[in-house]
Ligand binder design. Structure first.
Ligand SMILES: [Zn+2]
Length: 180
């Protein structure tokens, strides 16, 4: 599972943060949610070719931004894209985690029909029997709450770990290290 760790241990510098990703974060901070949703969606579509492992999370950010600007239909479409892609990558543990977070957010905002739709999608995309291992993450080192490179929130129970103390940012691919 640590196959990508070696790249960083050899001293390869972390990948540069795409300017569009920085822009999308700034738009979110400024409350420009419609523009942020467009930017994240564009990033997600481009990532599908170059960094397919990051694309689902960019779709989720686009969906989150769409909720905040009140475009619920678009939000569901973005969440669907991200979850379907994650499932097609066989990352079922992350489908479960991200799916639970997304449906909770929709229900919190009173979007029950939208939450039901996402729940059905998740159910249809998960294998009928998930192994116990895939649903119970190990306890790991404590990570910073945000990626030091791009500023994205880091969710310790959802990230991909490179080794015992290093995770990879879902959005920019930078290593995120536990503070010693
Ligand atoms: Zn990052």
């Amino acid at each position: 599972m640590f196959r990508r760790a070696r790249r960083f241990l050899r001293g390869t510098p972390p990948p540069p943060v795409p300017p569009a990703l920085q822009r999308a974060r700034r738009l979110m901070d400024a409350g420009e949610y419609a523009e942020a949703a467009l930017t994240f969606h564009d990033l997600a579509q481009k990532a599908e070719e170059r960094f397919p492992e990051r694309a689902p999370f960019l779709y989720f950010e686009a969906g989150h931004a769409a909720i905040l600007c009140g475009d619920h239909k678009k939000a569901v479409a973005h969440f669907r894209s991200g979850l379907t892609l994650l499932a097609s990558q066989q990352r079922f543990h992350r489908v479960q985690k991200a799916g639970a977070r997304i449906t909770a957010e929709l229900r919190e905002r009173g979007l029950q029909a939208e939450a039901d739709e996402i729940e059905t999608l998740i159910k249809n995309n998960l294998p009928t029997q998930l192994t116990a291992e895939s649903s119970s993450p190990q306890k790991r080192a404590i990570l910073p709450t945000h990626c030091p490179s791009c500023g994205a929130a880091v969710r310790p129970d959802e990230v991909e770990w490179l080794d015992e103390v290093t995770a990879e940012c879902d959005y920019c691919g930078s290593p995120v290290r536990a503070e010693a």
